[in-house]
Design a protein around this ligand. Structure first.
Ligand code: ADP
Length: 894
């Protein structure tokens, strides 16, 4: 119906009543944008913008052909817009249009990337418990979890970082919590959408969850109570999917409820610091995932990412994965055969969803058929290789329901023609003998077209016309075309329909009859084929769960075989898992750095007597790398992978926590001292005696004495209270004396060699503390101008000659140091307060007044490695002026 303002008015009225950024409204063969939408979408999609005149007014208009809707829709939605689609229906008095779906980032089915696309929902109860749900409608995965306790916030944000949802539905109680929403935005790139508050109500959510998954499944997952925090979040996602009209609720069969206890806790910061799926700079290349990913299927790639982000704690499960990887490393040839086969399988999880949605093409069904065909091939390859057959792989590969797979496979084999058309409406989708009526229609159609094929021969012969051909086009239908020079030979029964430059077109009664018959048959056949195709998709949709299981099995086999491939080419070994706090890695390597560097292997040894290792060594010597490799080896062992070492005994950890130095983060413009302290606080609260903690500098973002004090106290707390296995790299050499006082603290250092003032990094980790920091040598290596480094050597010498500074050295046995870092008193005191005045101090003070101390402290605190050489020179100049002034002042006073 077209109202007073015509089609544009109709558009604007529809748009007013929906929550969408754009409306694409069908007008005949186009989906149109009007008015402001046309200008904006026209620019975004590079469409031609024309003007539509309605009752003397002119409106911008831009459109896309009906058959091309999907790619344009996708472009808008992938940029984070919500797009409503209104379709046109014929009515008695013209046309009516109504909104049939609203496509949002989390409900977009048409995706080209292999990555999962999660839509998330989160609610918070009065007692600060979170319920969260994450669903990928393209694969049917649906995860729910409840998070509570002191660290609920951090745990929830880690989940958001891990799933990285493309769209988020916050519960009504969270919508005005700016701090919460900002944190969510920090962890994901997803867009926030507002869904009606009622959908989060426990009663309504329980109802829709029961309807979707059945009471039995919910109760087996302990989700059958309306008080479950997960239910409102999960129910809201289901109703949102329904409301947006995407219609794929039936693909949501894979409900999984998970608990933090099954997994290794990895907070968002740790996932980032360890560069699991992307580097600190946000690149996929150079991440751990990129390094070890040798999967050949989309579903395998997704699963490996999931494993990496969610390492496990079950010893038996991990050992079973280790066995499978081991079996694949032994069976080189079968491994390659399996990988080769997997290379030909398609993304069954997504194809199943397409069938459910009614979006599948004949080619999609062909892909399902061919992928299913590969399952027995893989099963046989595994059965024939004893290494594989005797491993848990045999159980993995037998997981799909054999009968259902056979049924689907034979149904598809019986139905589909070898080369079906792209779209079901084109005809020719089905094989002969699949459907009797279809065969009859096809036969009749073929005989009618055959008659036409022979018509030109008959006519040429009968009328002696050489240049005669029978053809068909959209406007003229079937016709007989005769060259101009021979039109005089045309018999009177020929009825002229068109004159062209060099020829004329005719038709005859017989041809008309055949044409009518062909059109009728085409229509009947088309309708029947479409009906049969819908039925076939229905059968597939009915068994979608079985297809998804086959997809999962392909994914798992792919990941295990891919890991084995990496193991073989990089000489990795199978770790031994133990249920204790032991960690012993012999000749370990960093899995990513070893790819590009001549890597010097290093060992780690931690046990109840060595629970906290203080790692010292010059800047750039390899402290970070050593600690990260330890974390990554532990993590790899706990995803079920082999590890880069010669031997490894890994005590299963419940969490890995990392904190990376202010300097590294400053480079990315992220760090403030506050962030550093928040991260430290999270670790001290969350880590347990079964966790692995990596601290790469603590307290560096503040003044030296503050920093030392915090690092010192944190070390004591980790040692005495948390008792987690901890690697703590620090440039505060003062901390190394803790090893003399705390039982389980030990020192290790990354060795460096200095000959004639030139420092060489040996990259070897040895027991004991580093003797000094080589900071100026590193400055030389980095090309800091010689006058600056020479001067720095002078300054250092002078500072070292001064006992007040000697107190900082961990090596010194000077009494002043013992006062400053008196473990017996169990606290760090401010050196200014307790440091006995040395003779030199007095001399200094006599000469320069109290300014001298200020300058010395300023020198100590100056972050030379963060300063440009010119800034260093300026600072030195300032200090000189300060000293000169105070010198002349004290002389004046004299
Ligand atoms: P630090 O934390 O002590 O400043 P890093 O761990 O950042 O030092 O290492 C500095 C450089 O040395 C990096 O480029 C790293 O790739 C390299 N490196 C570290 N450890 C090793 C090793 N064991 N073998 C080879 N190269 C290493």
């Amino acid at each position: 119906m077209t109202n007073a303002n015509g089609i544009v008015g109709e558009y604007l009225t529809l748009k007013q009543n929906i929550d969408a950024d754009f409306l694409m409204m069908q007008v005949g063969d186009f989906y149109e944008f009007f008015a402001d939408d046309a200008e904006e979408a026209g620019d975004l999609l590079d469409l031609k913008i024309s003007q539509k005149s309605v009752q003397g007014c002119s409106y911008p208009m831009a459109g896309v052909p009906v058959d091309d809707l999907t790619p344009y829709l996708k472009q808008l939605v992938e940029r984070g817009y919500r797009v409503a689609v209104a379709e046109q229906h014929e009515t008695e008095d013209g046309y009516s249009r109504e909104i049939t779906r609203t496509v949002t980032p989390g409900t977009l089915l048409e995706t080209n990337t292999a990555d999962a696309r999660y839509i998330a929902s989160v609610v918070r109860s009065a007692d600060n418990q979170y319920g969260a749900a994450f669903a990928d409608i393209t694969t049917g995965h649906f995860f729910v979890t409840a998070i509570e306790g002191e660290n609920a916030d951090a745990e929830l944000f880690s989940e958001f970082y891990r799933f990285d949802p493309v769209e988020i539905l916050p519960g009504p109680e969270l919508r005005n919590d700016d701090r919460f929403l900002d944190e969510i935005r920090e962890q994901t790139s997803g867009s926030l959408s507002i869904h009606e508050p009622d959908s989060f109500a426990p009663g309504r959510a329980t109802h829709i969850m029961r309807e979707q998954f059945g009471e039995e499944l919910l109760s087996s997952l302990d989700l059958d109570s309306a008080t479950n925090a997960e239910i409102p979040a999960a129910g809201a996602i289901l109703s949102y999917i329904e409301q947006t009209g995407v219609g794929v609720r039936s693909s949501m069969t894979r409900l999984q409820s998970y608990h933090a206890d099954d997994h290794v806790e990895l907070d968002a910061t740790t996932q980032r610091n360890l560069e699991l799926t992307e580097t600190m700079h946000g690149d996929a290349v150079g991440s751990l995932l990129d390094t070890i990913d040798h999967t050949v299927t989309s579903q395998g790639g997704r699963l490996l990412k999931e494993w990496l982000q969610r390492p496990r704690r079950s010893k038996s499960m991990l050992e079973s994965r280790h066995e499978c990887v081991g079996a694949f490393t032994e069976a080189a040839l079968p491994r390659e055969v399996v990988r080769d086969i997997l290379n030909s399988v398609f993304d069954l999880e997504r194809l199943a969803t397409k069938a459910i949605y009614g979006n599948a093409t004949p080619h999609d069904l062909l892909r399902i058929r061919d992928s299913l065909d590969w399952l027995p091939e893989i099963t046989e390859t595994i059965a024939a290789a004893s290494d594989l057959a005797d491993s848990p792989l045999a159980e993995v590969i037998n997981r799909p329901n054999d009968e259902v797979v056979k049924l689907l496979s034979s149904e598809l084999h019986d139905a589909l023609a070898e080369e079906p058309p792209r779209s079901a409406s084109e005809g020719g989708v089905f094989k002969q003998c699949y459907h009797e009526k279809l065969d009859t229609l096809t036969e009749q159609y073929e005989s009618a077209t055959k008659w036409i094929e022979t018509l030109d021969h008959r006519e040429k012969h009968q009328h002696g016309i050489k240049h005669l051909q029978v053809d068909r086009n959209k406007t003229d239908g079937y016709f007989i075309q005769v060259g101009k020079t021979e039109t005089s030979k045309v018999p009177p029964s020929y009825e002229e329909i068109k004159t062209l430059t060099n020829s004329k077109r005719y038709t005859i009664e017989e041809l008309r009859e055949r044409e009518r018959e062909i059109l009728r048959l085409e229509e009947q056949r088309g309708e029947l084929e479409e009906e049969l195709f819908t039925q076939l998709c229905g059968t597939i949709a009915e068994h979608a769960t079985a297809l998804q299981t086959v997809g999962q099995v392909f994914a798992e086999v792919d990941v295990l075989a891919g890991l084995a491939t990496h193991v073989v080419s990089n000489n990795w070994i199978c770790p031994t898992l133990v249920e204790s706090d032991e960690l012993r890695i012999d000749q370990g390597r960093h899995p990513v750095v070893e790819q590009t560097t001549e890597f010097v292997p290093n060992s780690v040894h931690m046990d109840p007597d060595r629970k906290l290792l203080i790692v010292t060594g010059p800047n750039m010597s390899g402290k970070s790398t050593y600690m990260r490799q330890t974390a990554l080896i532990t993590l790899l062992a706990q995803i079920g992978s082999f590890v880069p070492a010669t031997e490894a005994r890994i005590g299963i950890v419940d969490g890995i926590f990392t904190r990376v130095g202010a300097l590294d983060e400053l480079a990315q413009g992220r760090s403030t001292f506050m962030v550093e302290m928040q991260e430290l606080s999270n670790i001290l609260h969350s880590a347990t005696e079964n966790s692995l903690v990596i601290l790469d500098e603590v307290g560096r973002g503040t003044a030296t004495y503050d920093g030392i004090s915090i690092a010192w106290a944190a070390t004591e707390y980790l040692h005495n209270e948390v008792r987690a296995n901890t690697l703590f790299a620090t440039h505060y050499h003062e901390l190394t004396i803790l090893a003399n006082h705390l039982n389980c603290v030990k020192n290790v250092h990354v060795a460096a060699d200095e000959t004639n003032g030139e420092v060489t990094f040996l990259r070897t980790v040895k027991n004991g503390p580093a003797n000094r920091s080589y900071g100026i040598n590193v400055a030389e290596l980095a090309g800091v101008p010689v006058p600056v480094t020479d001067r720095a050597h002078d300054v250092l010498e002078k500072l070292q000659a001064d006992k007040a500074i000697e107190a900082k050295s961990g090596e010194s046995t000077d009494t002043s140091q013992q006062v400053v870092f008196d473990i017996g008193s169990n606290q760090v005191q401010t050196p200014g307060e307790t440091l006995p005045e040395t003779a030199k101090d007095e001399k200094l003070e006599a000469r320069f007044g109290s300014e001298a101390k200020d300058v010395l402290e300023a020198i100590l605190d100056a972050p030379i490695d963060q300063m440009a050489p010119i800034e260093v020179l300026k600072e030195v100049q300032n200090w000189k002026i300060q000293l000169k002034n105070s010198n002349s002042q004290s002389q004046n006073n004299d």
